[in-house]
Design a protein around this ligand. Structure first.
Ligand code: OGA
Ligand code: MN
Length: 421
């Protein structure tokens, strides 16, 4: 009995070293006490640890079954119920069993109706599976009962901004939410979208103040560099010169040397309907801006590359570009009268090369505090994790080739293992 009691108290040390043994011991216990919530929980945890050790979904599913039985056992103390339910939700989400997770979210909500946290957590699960309307309705429920709940306020405001483009209301909700400084509120996504909404409403002073606060809270690297998927230690500056990147010189020469063929391929694709697609990230204020994607996340777009074989062949040859899983390569066409809102890319792990192909006057790009333009047959290089903004006030379209490359400070190993973006 001594050992059995200690399964619970010495907790993870025991489980981690001896999950297989614990698994068997809990079977024995369950024979004797088939409805004991602690024994069911113990069995579930043993399977949970084993599943992780063996990377086995099968074991994880079995574990979920026992967690569920533990939740249904008679007289489960509140604290134990919460521990089990939260682990269940975590693991169910991990293997993509969202329906099961949602059912247990509801068990928590019904058992603890006076606690907004459980409704908020359900909203997060809905958001992770892109069930925005379900998340919205849960958050409405929270805010009806707890109008000052910071977590619900920032999430509701986030939906108003990213789904409805309702800038004014999203600013109200996110501002009030961030003021609470609640645990889940200090998150770059809310600072990012609140600042963006403010800037689009011409409330730039407030946006800058917010970005400075975001730097203090460590959600941004600087007020201009606001990417959310970052590696520390990487040299951070808005504009780069070709000479700053000695290992990429061959790529630069190849792009410049073949500029005319690249341009001709881009123009030919433009003349064929259906290749260039509208920019899809809601970054545009006015005008027309389209792109033809060649590579993204380290993968080639075969149909588009068949249309522009020389261009793709060059990119393919240089793995700093074709293998850049945190970037893209694409043609970008912009028509007169276009303004692209100030925005930041998602990651500091890449640098962005623009090869000028057709560059009329009165086209410009600002990165942080310096504005430049393109030169046909030449390249400019910038770090798009820094705020940048683009204008086309000219009278004919502008065409550039965009090629992302790994940030030069990343090691070969990091280039291999970083997740794709
Ligand atoms: C970018 C950007 C594209 C363009 O390259 O990140 O926002 O076509 N501008 O000027
Ligand atoms: Mn951009």
């Amino acid at each position: 009995m001594f050992y059995l009691c200690c399964f619970f108290n010495t907790n993870n040390v025991f489980f981690n070293q001896n999950a297989a043994y614990a698994n068997i011991m809990f079977d024995a216990l369950l024979k004797k006490y088939p409805f004991s919530p602690r024994s069911l929980h113990g069995k579930a945890k043993a399977l949970d640890v084993l599943a992780e050790e063996k990377q086995s979904n099968e074991l994880l599913l079995q574990s979920l079954g026992y967690y569920l039985r533990a939740l249904k056992a008679p007289e489960v103390p509140d604290q134990l119920f919460v521990t089990i339910a939260e682990r269940y939700i975590n693991r169910a989400r991990f293997i993509g069993q969202y329906k099961k997770a949602i059912a247990v979210h509801w068990q928590l909500i019904e058992r603890f109706p006076a606690n907004a946290t459980y409704l908020n957590n359900l909203a997060v699960t809905y958001l992770t599976i892109n069930s925005v309307e379900a998340a919205r309705s849960v958050l409405r429920k929270v805010l009806l009962k707890w109008p000052d709940d910071g977590f619900a306020l920032v999430h509701y405001g986030f939906i108003l901004k990213t789904t409805d483009n309702d800038l004014a209301n999203s600013v109200n909700y996110m501002t009030r939410g961030l003021q609470t400084k609640c645990l889940g509120c200090i998150d770059g996504r809310f600072y990012f979208h609140l600042g963006d909404a403010l800037a689009r409403l011409n409330r730039n002073d407030e946006a800058i103040k917010l970005y400075e606060e975001g730097v203090k809270e460590k959600v941004f690297m600087s007020k201009f560099q606001r990417s959310l998927y970052n590696m520390e230690r990487l040299t951070a500056k808005p504009w780069w010169e070709p000479k700053d990147l000695p290992s990429y010189q061959n790529l630069f020469s190849a792009l410049k040397k073949n500029y005319l063929q690249i341009k001709q391929e881009g123009l030919a694709a433009l003349n064929d309907k259906g290749f260039f697609q509208d920019e899809a990230e809601n970054l545009k204020d006015t005008g027309t801006w389209k792109q033809l994607e060649l590579f993204a996340r380290g993968q080639k777009f075969p149909k588009n590359c068949a249309k522009t074989p020389v261009t793709c062949g060059i990119i393919q040859k240089y793995t700093e570009a074709s293998g850049c899983r945190r970037g893209q390569s694409k043609f970008s066409v912009m028509h007169p009268g276009t303004h692209v809102w100030p925005h930041c890319g998602p990651t500091n792990c890449r640098l962005r090369i623009h090869l000028g192909l057709k560059v009329p006057p009165e086209t410009a790009i600002r990165v942080a505090e310096e504005t430049r333009s393109w030169v046909e047959s030449d390249i400019i290089i910038f770090d798009d994790s820094f705020e940048h903004e683009v204008w086309h006030n000219g009278s004919d379209f502008r065409l550039v080739l965009i090629v992302d490359v790994w940030h030069p400070d990343l090691t070969p190993r990091e280039r291999e293992i970083l997740s794709s973006i």
